[in-house]
Design a protein around this ligand. Structure first.
Ligand code: F6P
Length: 541
Protein backbone atom coordinates (compact mmCIF):
# COMPACT_ATOMS: atom_id res chain seq x y z
CA UNK A 1 0.00 0.00 0.00
CA UNK A 2 1.23 3.49 -0.86
CA UNK A 3 0.97 4.52 2.81
CA UNK A 4 3.70 2.01 3.64
CA UNK A 5 6.13 3.52 1.16
CA UNK A 6 9.24 5.46 2.14
CA UNK A 7 7.91 8.43 0.15
CA UNK A 8 4.72 8.53 2.20
CA UNK A 9 6.60 8.23 5.48
CA UNK A 10 8.94 11.01 4.40
CA UNK A 11 5.95 13.30 3.94
CA UNK A 12 4.61 12.36 7.37
CA UNK A 13 7.94 13.20 8.94
CA UNK A 14 8.14 16.42 6.94
CA UNK A 15 4.67 17.43 8.13
CA UNK A 16 5.92 17.35 11.71
CA UNK A 17 8.88 19.61 11.02
CA UNK A 18 6.53 21.91 9.19
CA UNK A 19 4.04 22.53 11.97
CA UNK A 20 5.62 25.66 13.44
CA UNK A 21 6.34 27.47 10.17
CA UNK A 22 4.30 30.46 9.10
CA UNK A 23 3.80 31.79 5.59
CA UNK A 24 5.29 35.05 6.86
CA UNK A 25 8.55 33.18 7.61
CA UNK A 26 8.48 31.35 4.31
CA UNK A 27 8.15 34.59 2.37
CA UNK A 28 10.82 36.24 4.53
CA UNK A 29 13.23 33.35 3.93
CA UNK A 30 12.55 33.33 0.21
CA UNK A 31 11.31 36.71 -1.02
CA UNK A 32 11.26 35.41 -4.61
CA UNK A 33 8.80 32.68 -3.80
CA UNK A 34 5.91 34.56 -5.39
CA UNK A 35 7.65 33.99 -8.71
CA UNK A 36 9.45 30.73 -8.22
CA UNK A 37 6.33 28.99 -6.95
CA UNK A 38 4.22 29.89 -9.94
CA UNK A 39 3.76 27.99 -13.17
CA UNK A 40 2.23 29.19 -16.39
CA UNK A 41 1.02 26.90 -19.14
CA UNK A 42 -1.84 26.57 -21.60
CA UNK A 43 -3.10 30.06 -20.79
CA UNK A 44 -3.37 29.47 -17.05
CA UNK A 45 -1.14 30.99 -14.37
CA UNK A 46 -1.00 29.00 -11.16
CA UNK A 47 0.50 30.75 -8.15
CA UNK A 48 0.99 28.24 -5.36
CA UNK A 49 3.40 30.34 -3.32
CA UNK A 50 0.84 31.09 -0.62
CA UNK A 51 0.58 27.44 0.30
CA UNK A 52 2.00 25.75 3.37
CA UNK A 53 4.82 24.23 1.39
CA UNK A 54 8.54 24.62 0.88
CA UNK A 55 10.60 23.48 -2.08
CA UNK A 56 11.26 20.33 -0.08
CA UNK A 57 7.54 19.67 0.37
CA UNK A 58 7.05 19.85 -3.37
CA UNK A 59 9.99 17.52 -3.98
CA UNK A 60 8.59 15.00 -1.53
CA UNK A 61 5.14 15.21 -3.10
CA UNK A 62 6.64 14.75 -6.56
CA UNK A 63 8.49 11.69 -5.31
CA UNK A 64 5.20 10.33 -4.01
CA UNK A 65 3.61 10.89 -7.42
CA UNK A 66 6.44 8.91 -9.04
CA UNK A 67 6.09 6.18 -6.46
CA UNK A 68 2.34 5.98 -7.15
CA UNK A 69 3.12 5.45 -10.84
CA UNK A 70 1.36 8.64 -11.92
CA UNK A 71 3.19 8.73 -15.26
CA UNK A 72 2.17 5.20 -16.09
CA UNK A 73 -1.39 5.83 -14.94
CA UNK A 74 -1.72 8.92 -17.13
CA UNK A 75 -0.39 6.91 -20.07
CA UNK A 76 -2.87 4.11 -19.30
CA UNK A 77 -5.75 6.58 -19.32
CA UNK A 78 -4.74 8.02 -22.70
CA UNK A 79 -4.15 4.51 -24.06
CA UNK A 80 -7.75 3.53 -23.35
CA UNK A 81 -6.86 0.86 -20.82
CA UNK A 82 -9.71 -0.23 -18.52
CA UNK A 83 -8.59 2.01 -15.66
CA UNK A 84 -12.15 2.05 -14.31
CA UNK A 85 -11.47 -1.35 -12.87
CA UNK A 86 -14.66 -2.01 -10.94
CA UNK A 87 -16.65 -1.53 -14.15
CA UNK A 88 -13.91 -2.93 -16.38
CA UNK A 89 -14.00 0.11 -18.66
CA UNK A 90 -11.74 2.76 -20.02
CA UNK A 91 -12.18 6.36 -18.83
CA UNK A 92 -11.63 8.03 -22.14
CA UNK A 93 -13.01 11.54 -21.78
CA UNK A 94 -9.77 12.69 -23.39
CA UNK A 95 -11.00 11.06 -26.62
CA UNK A 96 -13.96 13.46 -26.66
CA UNK A 97 -11.58 16.28 -27.52
CA UNK A 98 -9.10 14.40 -29.67
CA UNK A 99 -8.45 15.91 -33.10
CA UNK A 100 -9.90 14.25 -36.14
CA UNK A 101 -7.35 11.78 -37.49
CA UNK A 102 -5.91 10.99 -34.06
CA UNK A 103 -6.15 7.44 -32.88
CA UNK A 104 -7.33 6.49 -29.41
CA UNK A 105 -8.28 2.89 -29.02
CA UNK A 106 -10.23 0.96 -26.49
CA UNK A 107 -11.42 -2.61 -26.81
CA UNK A 108 -9.47 -2.80 -30.08
CA UNK A 109 -11.47 0.06 -31.64
CA UNK A 110 -10.34 3.56 -32.56
CA UNK A 111 -13.07 5.72 -30.99
CA UNK A 112 -12.05 9.08 -32.49
CA UNK A 113 -14.06 8.68 -35.74
CA UNK A 114 -17.25 7.98 -33.71
CA UNK A 115 -16.57 11.01 -31.52
CA UNK A 116 -16.29 13.23 -34.57
CA UNK A 117 -19.37 11.71 -36.21
CA UNK A 118 -21.37 12.70 -33.12
CA UNK A 119 -19.77 16.15 -33.00
CA UNK A 120 -20.76 16.67 -36.63
CA UNK A 121 -24.31 15.52 -35.98
CA UNK A 122 -24.50 17.88 -32.97
CA UNK A 123 -23.10 20.77 -35.01
CA UNK A 124 -25.58 20.18 -37.80
CA UNK A 125 -28.50 20.04 -35.38
CA UNK A 126 -27.31 23.01 -33.29
CA UNK A 127 -26.88 25.03 -36.48
CA UNK A 128 -30.41 24.22 -37.61
CA UNK A 129 -31.92 25.14 -34.25
CA UNK A 130 -29.96 28.38 -34.07
CA UNK A 131 -30.84 29.40 -37.62
CA UNK A 132 -34.53 28.54 -37.22
CA UNK A 133 -34.34 25.80 -39.82
CA UNK A 134 -35.34 23.23 -37.20
CA UNK A 135 -38.78 24.34 -36.10
CA UNK A 136 -41.39 23.28 -33.62
CA UNK A 137 -44.39 21.21 -34.71
CA UNK A 138 -46.40 24.26 -35.72
CA UNK A 139 -43.52 25.74 -37.71
CA UNK A 140 -42.39 28.24 -35.11
CA UNK A 141 -38.71 28.89 -34.44
CA UNK A 142 -37.27 27.22 -31.32
CA UNK A 143 -36.63 29.96 -28.78
CA UNK A 144 -36.29 27.86 -25.62
CA UNK A 145 -34.06 24.90 -24.93
CA UNK A 146 -34.71 22.85 -21.79
CA UNK A 147 -32.14 20.22 -20.84
CA UNK A 148 -33.58 17.47 -18.67
CA UNK A 149 -30.91 15.45 -16.89
CA UNK A 150 -29.22 15.10 -13.52
CA UNK A 151 -25.67 14.81 -12.15
CA UNK A 152 -23.22 14.62 -15.02
CA UNK A 153 -26.08 14.97 -17.49
CA UNK A 154 -27.00 18.34 -16.02
CA UNK A 155 -24.27 20.07 -14.04
CA UNK A 156 -21.78 20.44 -16.88
CA UNK A 157 -24.02 22.11 -19.48
CA UNK A 158 -25.86 24.06 -16.76
CA UNK A 159 -22.58 25.47 -15.46
CA UNK A 160 -21.08 26.07 -18.92
CA UNK A 161 -24.13 27.82 -20.39
CA UNK A 162 -24.00 30.20 -17.44
CA UNK A 163 -20.22 30.58 -17.68
CA UNK A 164 -20.40 31.41 -21.40
CA UNK A 165 -23.60 33.44 -21.37
CA UNK A 166 -21.64 36.25 -22.92
CA UNK A 167 -20.83 34.03 -25.90
CA UNK A 168 -24.35 32.64 -26.21
CA UNK A 169 -27.27 33.52 -28.44
CA UNK A 170 -29.15 35.80 -26.09
CA UNK A 171 -32.32 35.63 -28.15
CA UNK A 172 -32.76 32.10 -26.85
CA UNK A 173 -33.64 30.89 -23.36
CA UNK A 174 -31.80 27.98 -21.78
CA UNK A 175 -33.19 26.14 -18.79
CA UNK A 176 -32.15 23.05 -16.86
CA UNK A 177 -34.44 20.63 -15.08
CA UNK A 178 -32.85 18.07 -12.79
CA UNK A 179 -34.73 17.71 -9.51
CA UNK A 180 -37.56 15.21 -9.25
CA UNK A 181 -39.29 17.85 -7.12
CA UNK A 182 -42.17 18.78 -9.42
CA UNK A 183 -41.45 22.43 -8.70
CA UNK A 184 -38.35 22.18 -10.88
CA UNK A 185 -40.03 21.20 -14.13
CA UNK A 186 -42.96 23.50 -13.32
CA UNK A 187 -40.72 26.53 -12.77
CA UNK A 188 -38.73 25.76 -15.90
CA UNK A 189 -41.74 25.53 -18.18
CA UNK A 190 -44.46 27.71 -16.61
CA UNK A 191 -43.70 30.79 -18.69
CA UNK A 192 -42.57 29.04 -21.88
CA UNK A 193 -44.52 28.63 -25.08
CA UNK A 194 -44.63 24.89 -25.93
CA UNK A 195 -44.61 25.69 -29.66
CA UNK A 196 -41.17 27.27 -29.27
CA UNK A 197 -39.64 24.83 -26.78
CA UNK A 198 -37.16 22.03 -27.40
CA UNK A 199 -36.42 19.44 -24.71
CA UNK A 200 -33.11 17.61 -24.65
CA UNK A 201 -33.48 14.52 -22.50
CA UNK A 202 -29.95 13.77 -21.36
CA UNK A 203 -29.25 10.50 -19.64
CA UNK A 204 -26.39 8.14 -20.31
CA UNK A 205 -28.37 5.16 -19.01
CA UNK A 206 -31.85 6.46 -19.82
CA UNK A 207 -33.04 4.74 -16.67
CA UNK A 208 -32.55 7.55 -14.15
CA UNK A 209 -35.72 8.06 -12.12
CA UNK A 210 -35.50 11.85 -11.89
CA UNK A 211 -34.80 12.36 -15.57
CA UNK A 212 -37.44 9.99 -16.90
CA UNK A 213 -40.06 11.38 -14.52
CA UNK A 214 -39.29 14.94 -15.58
CA UNK A 215 -39.19 13.98 -19.25
CA UNK A 216 -42.64 12.34 -19.02
CA UNK A 217 -44.04 15.43 -17.32
CA UNK A 218 -42.49 17.64 -19.99
CA UNK A 219 -44.05 15.51 -22.71
CA UNK A 220 -47.47 15.79 -21.02
CA UNK A 221 -46.98 19.56 -20.78
CA UNK A 222 -46.18 19.74 -24.48
CA UNK A 223 -49.01 17.49 -25.61
CA UNK A 224 -51.53 19.22 -23.38
CA UNK A 225 -51.20 22.18 -25.69
CA UNK A 226 -50.10 20.70 -29.04
CA UNK A 227 -52.51 17.72 -28.81
CA UNK A 228 -50.73 15.57 -31.36
CA UNK A 229 -48.24 12.79 -30.52
CA UNK A 230 -46.29 13.59 -33.69
CA UNK A 231 -45.20 16.85 -32.06
CA UNK A 232 -42.79 14.88 -29.86
CA UNK A 233 -40.47 14.41 -32.84
CA UNK A 234 -39.97 18.17 -33.24
CA UNK A 235 -39.74 19.00 -29.56
CA UNK A 236 -37.76 16.12 -28.01
CA UNK A 237 -34.26 14.90 -28.72
CA UNK A 238 -32.12 12.67 -26.51
CA UNK A 239 -28.52 12.25 -25.47
CA UNK A 240 -27.82 8.72 -24.34
CA UNK A 241 -25.96 5.46 -24.76
CA UNK A 242 -29.24 3.54 -24.53
CA UNK A 243 -30.97 3.67 -27.94
CA UNK A 244 -33.60 1.16 -26.87
CA UNK A 245 -34.59 3.21 -23.82
CA UNK A 246 -34.78 6.32 -25.97
CA UNK A 247 -37.04 4.57 -28.50
CA UNK A 248 -39.26 3.21 -25.71
CA UNK A 249 -39.71 6.71 -24.41
CA UNK A 250 -40.97 7.74 -27.83
CA UNK A 251 -38.00 9.66 -29.18
CA UNK A 252 -36.85 8.62 -32.64
CA UNK A 253 -33.31 7.15 -32.22
CA UNK A 254 -32.44 9.28 -35.30
CA UNK A 255 -32.81 12.22 -32.91
CA UNK A 256 -30.48 10.65 -30.36
CA UNK A 257 -26.95 11.92 -29.85
CA UNK A 258 -24.73 9.13 -28.73
CA UNK A 259 -22.49 8.83 -25.71
CA UNK A 260 -20.49 5.77 -24.77
CA UNK A 261 -19.93 3.65 -21.71
CA UNK A 262 -16.26 4.63 -21.73
CA UNK A 263 -17.16 8.20 -20.71
CA UNK A 264 -18.21 8.82 -17.12
CA UNK A 265 -21.24 11.09 -16.72
CA UNK A 266 -19.27 13.72 -14.80
CA UNK A 267 -16.64 13.78 -17.57
CA UNK A 268 -19.07 14.12 -20.45
CA UNK A 269 -19.76 17.83 -20.95
CA UNK A 270 -17.43 17.95 -23.95
CA UNK A 271 -19.42 15.27 -25.79
CA UNK A 272 -23.10 15.05 -26.65
CA UNK A 273 -24.13 16.02 -23.10
CA UNK A 274 -22.94 19.47 -24.16
CA UNK A 275 -25.64 19.72 -26.85
CA UNK A 276 -27.55 22.50 -25.08
CA UNK A 277 -24.25 24.36 -24.66
CA UNK A 278 -23.46 23.92 -28.34
CA UNK A 279 -26.85 25.37 -29.27
CA UNK A 280 -26.14 28.29 -26.92
CA UNK A 281 -22.62 29.18 -28.05
CA UNK A 282 -22.63 27.65 -31.54
CA UNK A 283 -20.48 24.86 -32.96
CA UNK A 284 -17.48 27.17 -33.40
CA UNK A 285 -17.58 28.19 -29.74
CA UNK A 286 -17.87 24.55 -28.73
CA UNK A 287 -14.84 23.67 -30.85
CA UNK A 288 -12.91 26.44 -29.12
CA UNK A 289 -13.81 24.93 -25.77
CA UNK A 290 -12.58 21.52 -26.94
CA UNK A 291 -9.29 23.17 -27.94
CA UNK A 292 -8.93 24.39 -24.37
CA UNK A 293 -9.53 20.89 -22.99
CA UNK A 294 -7.02 19.50 -25.48
CA UNK A 295 -4.32 21.97 -24.47
CA UNK A 296 -4.52 20.75 -20.89
CA UNK A 297 -4.59 17.11 -22.03
CA UNK A 298 -1.39 17.68 -23.94
CA UNK A 299 0.09 19.52 -20.99
CA UNK A 300 -0.71 16.88 -18.37
CA UNK A 301 0.73 14.17 -20.60
CA UNK A 302 3.95 15.91 -21.54
CA UNK A 303 4.94 18.57 -18.99
CA UNK A 304 7.42 17.57 -16.30
CA UNK A 305 5.56 17.09 -13.07
CA UNK A 306 7.28 20.04 -11.33
CA UNK A 307 5.76 22.33 -13.97
CA UNK A 308 2.56 20.39 -14.55
CA UNK A 309 -0.45 22.41 -13.44
CA UNK A 310 -2.97 19.64 -12.70
CA UNK A 311 -0.32 17.46 -11.10
CA UNK A 312 0.85 20.29 -8.84
CA UNK A 313 -2.71 21.20 -7.94
CA UNK A 314 -3.53 17.57 -7.19
CA UNK A 315 -0.43 17.24 -5.03
CA UNK A 316 -1.31 20.38 -3.07
CA UNK A 317 -4.83 19.14 -2.44
CA UNK A 318 -3.39 15.79 -1.35
CA UNK A 319 -0.93 17.48 0.97
CA UNK A 320 -3.72 19.28 2.79
CA UNK A 321 -6.31 16.53 2.86
CA UNK A 322 -4.15 13.51 3.47
CA UNK A 323 -1.18 14.88 5.38
CA UNK A 324 -2.31 18.10 7.10
CA UNK A 325 -5.82 16.96 8.03
CA UNK A 326 -7.89 19.51 6.09
CA UNK A 327 -11.38 18.07 5.72
CA UNK A 328 -12.58 20.53 3.12
CA UNK A 329 -11.25 22.53 0.20
CA UNK A 330 -12.90 25.71 -1.10
CA UNK A 331 -12.93 26.78 -4.73
CA UNK A 332 -13.92 30.40 -5.14
CA UNK A 333 -14.15 31.86 -8.63
CA UNK A 334 -14.11 35.65 -8.77
CA UNK A 335 -16.60 35.69 -11.60
CA UNK A 336 -20.33 36.00 -11.58
CA UNK A 337 -20.47 33.78 -14.66
CA UNK A 338 -18.68 30.98 -12.84
CA UNK A 339 -21.21 30.86 -10.06
CA UNK A 340 -21.95 27.19 -10.76
CA UNK A 341 -18.36 26.12 -11.29
CA UNK A 342 -17.84 24.82 -7.77
CA UNK A 343 -21.17 23.01 -7.82
CA UNK A 344 -19.97 21.30 -10.99
CA UNK A 345 -16.65 20.47 -9.33
CA UNK A 346 -18.45 18.94 -6.39
CA UNK A 347 -19.64 16.06 -8.54
CA UNK A 348 -16.42 15.86 -10.50
CA UNK A 349 -14.31 15.67 -7.36
CA UNK A 350 -16.51 14.08 -4.72
CA UNK A 351 -18.17 11.43 -6.89
CA UNK A 352 -14.74 10.55 -8.26
CA UNK A 353 -12.66 10.53 -5.11
CA UNK A 354 -15.15 9.99 -2.31
CA UNK A 355 -13.86 6.45 -1.86
CA UNK A 356 -12.62 4.47 1.14
CA UNK A 357 -11.54 1.25 -0.57
CA UNK A 358 -8.55 1.05 -2.90
CA UNK A 359 -8.26 -0.62 -6.30
CA UNK A 360 -7.30 -3.88 -4.60
CA UNK A 361 -10.43 -3.81 -2.47
CA UNK A 362 -8.52 -2.90 0.70
CA UNK A 363 -9.89 -0.42 3.23
CA UNK A 364 -7.85 2.75 3.03
CA UNK A 365 -6.23 4.00 6.24
CA UNK A 366 -5.74 7.57 4.96
CA UNK A 367 -7.97 10.48 4.00
CA UNK A 368 -9.10 10.64 0.38
CA UNK A 369 -11.33 13.22 -1.35
CA UNK A 370 -12.22 16.32 0.65
CA UNK A 371 -15.54 18.10 0.88
CA UNK A 372 -15.40 20.60 -1.99
CA UNK A 373 -17.37 23.76 -1.56
CA UNK A 374 -17.44 27.45 -2.35
CA UNK A 375 -19.38 30.12 -4.18
CA UNK A 376 -18.49 33.10 -6.29
CA UNK A 377 -16.30 35.84 -4.90
CA UNK A 378 -16.95 38.49 -3.75
CA UNK A 379 -20.22 37.24 -2.31
CA UNK A 380 -18.49 34.61 -0.20
CA UNK A 381 -16.47 37.33 1.55
CA UNK A 382 -19.67 38.62 3.09
CA UNK A 383 -20.89 35.19 4.10
CA UNK A 384 -18.32 32.58 5.18
CA UNK A 385 -14.93 34.28 4.83
CA UNK A 386 -15.03 35.23 8.52
CA UNK A 387 -14.51 31.56 9.30
CA UNK A 388 -11.71 31.30 6.75
CA UNK A 389 -9.91 34.25 8.36
CA UNK A 390 -10.49 33.68 12.05
CA UNK A 391 -12.10 30.27 12.47
CA UNK A 392 -10.42 27.21 13.92
CA UNK A 393 -10.28 25.09 10.77
CA UNK A 394 -7.67 24.62 8.10
CA UNK A 395 -9.45 25.32 4.81
CA UNK A 396 -7.25 25.66 1.76
CA UNK A 397 -8.82 27.70 -1.03
CA UNK A 398 -8.38 27.90 -4.77
CA UNK A 399 -9.13 31.43 -5.97
CA UNK A 400 -9.86 31.82 -9.69
CA UNK A 401 -9.74 35.19 -11.42
CA UNK A 402 -9.49 36.78 -14.86
CA UNK A 403 -7.35 39.63 -16.09
CA UNK A 404 -10.06 40.95 -18.40
CA UNK A 405 -13.73 41.23 -17.48
CA UNK A 406 -16.65 39.79 -19.38
CA UNK A 407 -18.32 43.18 -18.88
CA UNK A 408 -16.03 46.19 -18.78
CA UNK A 409 -18.21 48.48 -16.71
CA UNK A 410 -16.59 51.34 -14.84
CA UNK A 411 -14.28 50.21 -12.02
CA UNK A 412 -16.06 46.94 -11.39
CA UNK A 413 -13.34 44.60 -12.56
CA UNK A 414 -10.53 46.33 -10.68
CA UNK A 415 -12.62 46.20 -7.52
CA UNK A 416 -13.38 42.53 -8.08
CA UNK A 417 -9.76 41.57 -8.66
CA UNK A 418 -8.52 43.79 -5.82
CA UNK A 419 -10.77 41.71 -3.60
CA UNK A 420 -9.25 38.45 -4.80
CA UNK A 421 -5.68 39.67 -4.32
CA UNK A 422 -6.50 41.19 -0.93
CA UNK A 423 -8.11 38.02 0.34
CA UNK A 424 -5.15 35.85 -0.58
CA UNK A 425 -2.81 38.38 1.08
CA UNK A 426 -4.92 38.68 4.23
CA UNK A 427 -5.38 34.93 4.54
CA UNK A 428 -1.65 34.30 4.18
CA UNK A 429 -0.19 37.07 6.30
CA UNK A 430 -2.99 38.10 8.63
CA UNK A 431 -2.37 40.93 11.06
CA UNK A 432 -0.24 40.49 14.16
CA UNK A 433 -1.11 41.71 17.63
CA UNK A 434 1.65 44.29 17.39
CA UNK A 435 0.32 45.61 14.12
CA UNK A 436 -3.15 45.85 15.62
CA UNK A 437 -1.85 47.66 18.72
CA UNK A 438 0.17 50.03 16.55
CA UNK A 439 -3.09 51.08 14.94
CA UNK A 440 -4.32 52.22 18.34
CA UNK A 441 -6.90 49.48 18.80
CA UNK A 442 -7.98 49.35 22.48
CA UNK A 443 -6.35 46.44 24.31
CA UNK A 444 -9.53 44.38 24.98
CA UNK A 445 -10.24 44.36 21.24
CA UNK A 446 -6.73 43.38 20.19
CA UNK A 447 -7.33 39.59 20.22
CA UNK A 448 -10.51 40.04 18.21
CA UNK A 449 -8.83 42.22 15.62
CA UNK A 450 -5.79 39.97 15.24
CA UNK A 451 -5.64 37.70 12.20
CA UNK A 452 -3.43 34.64 12.60
CA UNK A 453 -2.86 34.33 8.86
CA UNK A 454 -1.04 31.24 7.57
CA UNK A 455 -4.18 30.21 5.71
CA UNK A 456 -3.30 28.75 2.35
CA UNK A 457 -4.58 29.79 -1.04
CA UNK A 458 -3.71 28.91 -4.61
CA UNK A 459 -4.50 31.55 -7.18
CA UNK A 460 -5.37 30.63 -10.74
CA UNK A 461 -5.34 33.50 -13.21
CA UNK A 462 -6.45 33.44 -16.83
CA UNK A 463 -6.85 36.19 -19.41
CA UNK A 464 -10.59 36.06 -19.79
CA UNK A 465 -13.51 33.72 -19.43
CA UNK A 466 -14.14 32.44 -22.94
CA UNK A 467 -14.88 28.96 -24.29
CA UNK A 468 -11.22 28.01 -24.59
CA UNK A 469 -10.41 29.11 -21.07
CA UNK A 470 -13.41 27.27 -19.68
CA UNK A 471 -12.20 24.08 -21.39
CA UNK A 472 -8.76 24.58 -19.88
CA UNK A 473 -10.15 25.15 -16.39
CA UNK A 474 -12.38 22.09 -16.47
CA UNK A 475 -9.59 19.87 -17.78
CA UNK A 476 -7.27 21.31 -15.13
CA UNK A 477 -9.61 20.03 -12.43
CA UNK A 478 -10.35 16.74 -14.21
CA UNK A 479 -6.66 15.91 -14.26
CA UNK A 480 -6.20 17.21 -10.72
CA UNK A 481 -8.85 14.73 -9.58
CA UNK A 482 -7.08 12.01 -11.57
CA UNK A 483 -3.74 12.83 -9.96
CA UNK A 484 -5.20 12.42 -6.50
CA UNK A 485 -7.02 9.21 -7.37
CA UNK A 486 -3.77 7.80 -8.73
CA UNK A 487 -1.89 8.64 -5.55
CA UNK A 488 -4.61 7.15 -3.37
CA UNK A 489 -4.85 4.09 -5.64
CA UNK A 490 -8.62 4.38 -5.92
CA UNK A 491 -11.06 4.06 -8.82
CA UNK A 492 -11.96 7.68 -9.64
CA UNK A 493 -14.41 6.59 -12.31
CA UNK A 494 -17.02 4.50 -10.54
CA UNK A 495 -19.77 5.72 -8.19
CA UNK A 496 -21.19 2.71 -6.38
CA UNK A 497 -21.94 4.90 -3.37
CA UNK A 498 -24.98 6.47 -5.01
CA UNK A 499 -26.64 3.13 -5.74
CA UNK A 500 -27.94 2.15 -2.29
CA UNK A 501 -30.04 5.28 -1.86
CA UNK A 502 -31.55 4.75 -5.32
CA UNK A 503 -32.42 1.12 -4.53
CA UNK A 504 -34.01 2.01 -1.18
CA UNK A 505 -36.02 4.85 -2.73
CA UNK A 506 -37.51 2.48 -5.29
CA UNK A 507 -38.61 0.25 -2.41
CA UNK A 508 -40.19 3.18 -0.55
CA UNK A 509 -42.11 4.66 -3.50
CA UNK A 510 -44.83 1.95 -3.47
CA UNK A 511 -45.09 2.32 0.30
CA UNK A 512 -45.87 6.00 -0.11
CA UNK A 513 -48.27 5.46 -2.97
CA UNK A 514 -50.15 2.43 -1.65
CA UNK A 515 -53.88 3.03 -1.15
CA UNK A 516 -53.92 0.69 1.84
CA UNK A 517 -51.68 1.06 4.88
CA UNK A 518 -48.47 -0.80 3.94
CA UNK A 519 -46.60 -3.13 6.25
CA UNK A 520 -43.31 -1.39 6.91
CA UNK A 521 -40.13 -3.31 7.56
CA UNK A 522 -37.56 -0.53 7.81
CA UNK A 523 -35.89 0.65 11.00
CA UNK A 524 -38.18 2.41 13.50
CA UNK A 525 -37.10 5.89 12.38
CA UNK A 526 -37.77 5.31 8.67
CA UNK A 527 -41.07 3.54 9.45
CA UNK A 528 -42.23 6.50 11.54
CA UNK A 529 -41.21 9.06 8.95
CA UNK A 530 -43.16 7.19 6.26
CA UNK A 531 -46.24 6.93 8.52
CA UNK A 532 -46.15 10.64 9.35
CA UNK A 533 -45.79 11.55 5.69
CA UNK A 534 -48.73 9.34 4.69
CA UNK A 535 -50.88 10.66 7.52
CA UNK A 536 -50.04 14.29 6.78
CA UNK A 537 -50.71 13.87 3.09
CA UNK A 538 -54.06 12.19 3.80
CA UNK A 539 -55.07 15.10 6.07
CA UNK A 540 -54.14 17.64 3.37
CA UNK A 541 -56.15 15.93 0.67
O1 F6P B 1 -25.62 9.90 -9.43
C1 F6P B 1 -25.15 8.82 -10.12
C2 F6P B 1 -25.09 9.05 -11.59
O2 F6P B 1 -24.90 7.81 -12.19
C3 F6P B 1 -24.03 10.06 -12.01
O3 F6P B 1 -22.77 9.53 -12.04
C4 F6P B 1 -24.56 10.47 -13.33
O4 F6P B 1 -23.91 11.61 -13.80
C5 F6P B 1 -26.01 10.68 -13.00
O5 F6P B 1 -26.30 9.62 -12.10
C6 F6P B 1 -26.95 10.67 -14.14
O6 F6P B 1 -26.95 9.47 -14.81
P1 F6P B 1 -27.59 9.31 -16.25
O7 F6P B 1 -26.87 10.20 -17.17
O8 F6P B 1 -27.44 7.86 -16.60
O9 F6P B 1 -29.04 9.70 -16.13
Amino acid sequence: MIADSAEWRALEAHRNTFASRHLRDLFAEDPGRGRSMAVEAAGLYLDYSKNLVTGETIELLLALAERAGLHERIDAMFAGEPINRTENRAALHVALRAREGEEIRTGGRNVVPEVHAVLRKMAEFAGRVRSGDWTGFTGRRIANVVNIGIGGSDLGPRMAVEALRDHADRSMTFRFVSNVDGADVWEATADLDPEETLFIVSSKTFTTLETLTNARTAREWLLASLRDDRAVANHFVAVSSNAQGVAEFGIDPENMFEMWDWVGGRYSLDGAIGLSLMIAIGPAGFREMLEGFRELDEHVRTAPFERNLPVLLGLLWTWYGTFLGAETHAVIPYSRHLELFTTYLQQLDMESNGKSVDLDGELIPYQTGPVVWGTQGTDGQHAYFQLLHQGTKLIPCDLIGFVRPTHAIGRHHDLLMASLFAQSEALAFGRTRDEVRAEGVPEPLVPHRTFAGNRPTTTILADELDPRTLGRLIALYEHKVFTQGAIWNIDSFDQWGVELGKALASRIVPELESQTEPELHHDSSTNELIRRYRAGRARRS
